[in-house]
Design a protein around this ligand. Structure first.
Ligand code: PHE
Length: 351
């Protein structure tokens, strides 16, 4: 706009704009109208911009008129806009309707691995009896995995654990680092770091160098348990594990303790429950014996206590260790341990 704006020009443009606005017939025409008056190069925009170039007295007058005109035009435009959006709504609704009676689309959710679920259930049961849960390293020193558990170098009991050694020889060139073969090394680590009373469970992965079949995997999950204090007896071990068996396998379970050998406990036992499948008569699940072994256990060996600086004349304790996959297999009737690591969704989705 070449001319300097005056109050008259402002009024004239505003009047023209409002007249044209009245004639606008739809939302698209409204947008064209908006651009021609209020857009970057619009007539009203040009006037408002021109005000800055006026001498002060005129600037005040014309400025006031222009602002008032702009307000009127804005308001009228907003009103027309509302009109059009009201008109569009019924058409849009008819064409673009949402059927609220359709069933919702399911949101795919993940789930916990059966091993994780079983670890959590086991830990929850022991938590109810006052056991903390702690974890430890999977790459371990020979010292914790064997020596502090009363299994010195060249002890035949090392044959119980087919070991994955890590290629990391010590100063004497001897193998001293391994993948832990059980969670028992945490017994030594925990006692080394704390004073009695100790009451912990240790869930975690373990590794054994062995051929895989329906009941053996080279990676497995265990939960270790350890309770040490003055005056802990074998009766405490029996009561605790009996309560555990009842909670995880059912109220009516019976529990059997039989002598077994582990170098880090004395006496050592294997713990079995009466077969829930046949009720003790003998079937495939229990190998016709009526009993199912679920873990190893025993009273912590005095040599282990001495090794961590506990006085075996004052302190006694019990320890146990169970295979988590085995517990899950028994609970759910899973016939092959290899399912746990196959990542087959058809298997995993059942839990
Ligand atoms: N660590 C033993 C194993 O893996 C189980 C065990 C733990 C036995 C604690 C006795 C006491 O075979």
């Amino acid at each position: 706009m070449a001319d300097r704006p005056t109050v008259g020009v402002v009024e004239a443009v505003a009047t023209k704009a409002l007249e044209e606005l009245d004639a606008v017939g739809d939302a698209e025409a409204l947008e064209r109208w908006r651009v021609s008056y209020l857009g970057r190069r619009g007539e009203l925009t040009a006037i408002l911009r021109g005000i800055g170039t006026l001498p002060p007295e005129a600037r005040r007058q014309v400025g006031a008129a222009a602002n008032a005109a702009k307000a009127r035009v804005d308001e009228a435009m907003a009103a027309r806009k509302r009109e059009f959006s009201r008109e569009v709504t019924p058409a849009l609704l008819a064409e673009d309707s949402i059927d609220v009676t359709l069933p919702g689309r399911p949101v795919p959710t993940g789930r916990l691995h059966p091993t994780t679920q079983t670890v959590r259930e086991i830990c929850r049961i022991f938590a109810s009896m006052g056991f903390d849960a702690v974890e430890g390293p999977e790459v371990e020193w020979d010292r914790y995995n064997f020596e502090m558990l009363n299994i010195p170098k060249h002890h035949p009991a090392r044959d119980m654990f087919n070991t994955f050694w890590v290629d990391y020889p010590d100063r004497n060139g001897e193998q001293s680092v391994l993948l832990r073969t059980h969670t028992s090394p945490m017994q030594a680590r925990i006692m080394e770091d704390t004073r009695p009373p100790v009451r912990v469970v240790v869930p975690g992965k373990c590794y054994r160098y062995e051929a895989t079949d329906a009941t053996h995997e080279w990676q497995l999950t265990q939960v270790e348990g350890l309770a040490v204090d003055d005056g802990i007896t074998f009766a405490d071990l029996k009561g605790t594990l009996y309560e555990f068996a009842r909670q995880i396998f059912g109220e009516e379970r019976r529990v059997r303790f039989r002598c077994d050998y582990f170098p880090f406990v004395e006496p050592g036992v294997d713990v079995a429950i009466d077969c829930f499948s046949c009720g003790g008569a003998g079937c495939r699940t229990c190998g016709r014996t009526g009993w199912i072994e679920i873990m190893g256990a025993g009273m912590v060996h005095p040599n282990v206590l001495k090794g961590v600086g506990y006085d075996p004349a004052v302190y006694t304790g019990f320890a146990f260790g169970m295979g988590v996959e085995r517990i899950a297999m028994l609970k759910h009737g899973i016939e092959d341990i290899r399912h746990f690591y196959a990542n087959d969704l058809r298997f995993l989705k059942q839990f």
